[in-house]
Design a protein around this ligand. Structure first.
Ligand SMILES: [Zn+2]
Ligand SMILES: [Zn+2]
Length: 187
């Protein structure tokens, strides 16, 4: 990263590493060299994130360079009164846009141990935080999606979740205005 890039990055708001979810800011933000959009805390996290399923990598190579939403740029995890956490749009998002793209992780992912219940087993943490997504065969599968598990549910959803190959996607059913909560169908 040259100094000009670093100066620009320092002015950018905080980001979260796409692999380990650690909050990073300024020169600590490393970007995917290909799309310059996805952020990482380290070369190690970037490498791990690139290939699907190995060491819980998201498989970013499956969608790098396509038009999709990224945390802290297009959406963010925020506190929602009475609901814990939720995901909001950070800009106006058009209809049918893949705003949140994620791959489920297993219990070996470093962030799973930090989930609630804090004193629970990894199994309990998985079950408390799992996310249901409909697979290609039409059957819902439960996986641990560290970010998607934060999305709120509503009987009047504005987004839908589905698989695109092995990647889970929350796509918008209608245009979202900036700061609108992303809502998927009630379970
Ligand atoms: Zn990281
Ligand atoms: Zn990329």
């Amino acid at each position: 990263m040259d100094s000009a890039t670093a100066a620009t990055t320092a002015e950018e708001m905080k980001r979260h590493c796409a692999f380990c979810l650690k909050e990073i800011s300024g020169e600590a933000i490393k970007k995917c060299a290909k799309c310059h959009k996805r952020a990482y805390c380290s070369k190690e996290c970037q490498t791990a994130d690139w290939t699907p399923n190995k060491k819980n990598g998201q498989g970013h190579k499956n969608w790098c360079g396509t038009d999709y939403g990224e945390e802290d740029v297009d959406w963010a995890v925020v506190p929602v009164p009475g609901k814990g956490l939720g995901i909001v749009a950070l800009r106006d998002i058009p209809k049918a846009y893949p705003i949140v793209v994620e791959t489920g992780v297993d219990k070996t992912h470093p962030r799973v141990a930090e989930l609630t219940p804090l004193n629970g087993s990894l199994e309990m943490k998985f079950h408390s935080n799992k996310y249901s997504c409909v697979g290609r065969d039409g059957v819902a599968e439960e996986v641990l999606c560290l970010r998607m598990s934060r999305v709120n549910h509503s009987c009047v959803p504005n987004a839908d979740n589905f698989y695109d190959k092995s990647v889970k996607v929350i796509g918008t059913c209608r245009g979202l205005t900036c700061l609108l909560l992303i809502l998927v169908q009630c379970e």
